[in-house]
Design a protein around this ligand. Sequence first.
Ligand code: FPP
Length: 268
Amino acid sequence: MGLLAFFRRRDTKDNTKASSSSGNKGIIKKTEPVVVDDRLRHIAFIMDGNGRWAQKRGMPREYGHVEGAATFKRIVRYCGDIGIRIVTIYAFSTENWRRPQSEVDRIMSLFSEYLDGAERELEENKIRYAFLGDKMAFPPEIRERMRALERASVKYDLRLNVAINYGARAEIVRAAQELAASGGEISERTFAQHLYTRGCSDPDLIVRTGGEMRLSNFLLYQAAYSELYFTDVLWPDMQPSDVDEAVCEFYRRSRRFGGVEAKKQHTV
Ligand code: FPP
């Protein structure tokens, strides 16, 4: 199937952009947003660049996280609109506690505000939430709210994994410990069942904003065959059209999973 098959016309404001390539300066052309198929079920984001975005504007880094949190909600909604089934987002790593206390506090208050909104708009958003990471680092009230949201949203289809106090190495060690303690069979299949992402297919595409080209302890086990896409766009500036670009690039890649022919993957 050709790339064009993944485009359809939809009249949304978000997806319009000015085009001067035709020579008609100032004419606004509608672009056609992508629609994904089964080859792109799971997309993961490393939302980097919040601090730089704020500093470029002479604002404290925290302001970038405020904008970043708003962008996060918009991008998740857009991913659902184009047919993505699973979105995983790296919100806070096990290493991020090393940041200045004021910045950590602001991120945590944004997270709490995010939970408020998710609870309030549960039926409207129709998102199935999962919080990946060690919940024990959070106060009991926040832990209980995360668990309650996970329970209350199981009926919804769009799965959103929020990685918070998440580190891939810690996740792998924890899975190994659990598996060893269980005394059960150790295989790739059973191991995956002890990861925070259990029940999810591996990310097909991992997008990192902010210009850095590394995984920074994110989904190290699950990323074995993920396509990686790096963009200089700073996370608060991320637009649906930037997601479209990443998706188009994904469809240009030939995924062979170690074989010689492009393969269609997978199943949840
Ligand atoms: C990376 O940018 C961003 C973070 C470490 C935190 C992201 C947190 C939020 C967007 C808000 C809270 C989360 C939710 C789920 C609402 P950076 O600060 O490392 O950017 P820089 O590389 O420019 O310094």
